[in-house]
Design a protein around this ligand. Structure first.
Ligand SMILES: CSC[C@@H](O)[C@@H](O)C(=O)COP(=O)(O)O
Length: 382
């Protein structure tokens, strides 16, 4: 395919964009988020001073992506604790802010458990708050480390599956430093391939309806200097048919015990296309995304988002109160019903491999995933 479709990012700014940070100004501790709803047009920060503000930021997707939701949730518990709010209430509200990404509840529970453990030992609320914050910081560091190890394992897998090099990788949604304490999941693998000169091109699905691919992945790809090309989600079929895709790399929001993968809606059709065209479909996710308590794909709760995200474009993320409208530009007749699941589920038989920081699972089976979880100190098998 002709190179006029490619965009070589020429912006050599740092590739790691801090998606969130903890700050302690004189007025009191805050969690500062890069507002992802405003990217790429503006780099605007959102300052959360309490858990309800963070819950709203999570619902509106100002902060998003499975690993980062876990880190944000943990800091949210710490924020409630250090500011003297009810920590149990905050933890419950944060955990239920979005249902599909298991990492959110993993992060919230980890900081909450650290807080509770100190109280149970007779510690005071200040000591308990310090423990919650330490747990959040530790999770943040672990996420960065996991990201680096996933990139190593993922690159080795690509080299094994595609020995010729010059990889043309298709990705969906956004999985880079905007969703992680490090360089992300699937995007981190593409970045690793780019750094060693083996990425020929990153194909970026725009990811309707909220355009995480166009707005965020293209933003990250441009910053990294890699060759990338944006396509509408429904152009992926013709790209496969033209023989232009060597591998698909996506992240995950929850991986059931049987290896079913919930990820951004549109991932499942890519897996079907990949199988038809004999292209590997690779999922990259930290071990915390594997949820042994969810037995199979049918048991994964898929978040349903408001219809206006489909019937309008450019809607502000805070909906217009008391109406179904989102305040954006209508692209469908008023009153049109919309089907808007945020995620879909890919069955394990369509997944070539799951890359984690603990290594690669391939073929994807219940037994192999259970062994992975048993090896990892981060996942407790019930
Ligand atoms: C590493 S990120 C994996 C997933 O969280 C990502 O692909 C995704 O689906 C994010 O969805 P979002 O609705 O933007 O939070």
């Amino acid at each position: 395919m002709a190179d006029q479709y490619a965009h070589s990012g020429d912006n050599k700014r740092p590739t790691e964009i801090p998606a969130l940070r903890w700050e302690e100004p004189p007025e009191g501790p805050v969690l500062v988020l890069l507002d992802q709803t405003r990217l790429p047009a503006e780099e605007v920060e959102l300052v959360c001073t309490d858990a309800p503000a963070l819950v709203e930021a999570i619902r509106s997707l100002a902060v998003r992506g499975a690993p980062l939701l876990g880190v944000a949730g943990a800091y949210g518990v710490a924020l409630a604790a250090v500011r003297g709010f009810d920590v149990d209430d905050a933890a419950a509200a944060l955990e239920s802010a979005r249902p599909t990404a298991v990492n959110l509840s993993v992060g919230v529970r980890r900081a909450h458990a650290a807080h509770q453990a100190v109280l149970a030992r007779g510690g005071d609320s200040r000591q308990a708050a310090v423990a919650a914050l330490d747990a959040a910081r530790q999770l943040h560091r672990e996420d960065a480390e996991a990201s680096a190890r996933m990139a190593e394992h993922g690159l080795a897998l690509l080299d094994e599956l595609l020995p010729g090099g010059g990889h043309r990788i298709l990705t969906h949604c956004n999985t880079g430093s905007l969703v992680s304490g490090g360089e992300g999941t699937a995007f981190a693998v593409a970045l690793a391939a780019h750094r060693v000169g083996r990425l020929r091109r990153l194909w970026v699905d725009e990811t309707r309806p909220l355009l995480q691919g166009a707005r965020l992945t293209a933003y990250e790809a441009a910053r990294s200097g890699m060759a990338y090309t944006l396509l509408t989600d429904n152009a992926a079929g013709s790209l496969f048919a033209a023989g232009e895709v060597d591998a698909v790399l996506v992240g995950a929001d929850r991986i059931a015990a049987d290896g079913s993968v919930a990820n951004k809606v549109g991932s499942y059709p890519l897996a079907v296309l990949a199988r038809y065209h004999h292209v590997p479909f690779i999922v990259v996710a930290p071990v915390t995304t594997v949820d042994p308590r969810t037995p199979d794909g049918a048991s994964i709760e898929v978040e349903q988002r408001p219809g206006h995200e489909v019937t309008e474009i450019m809607a502000p993320q805070v909906p217009v109160a008391g109406t179904e409208a989102g305040g954006g530009i209508p692209v469908a007749p008023l009153g049109t019903q919309a089907y808007n699941p945020a995620f879909d589920v890919t069955p394990p038989e369509l997944v070539t491999a799951i890359v984690t920081e603990e290594g690669v699972v391939s073929p994807v089976t219940t037994e192999a995933l259970a062994a992975l979880c048993a090896r990892s100190r981060q996942v407790t098998i019930s």
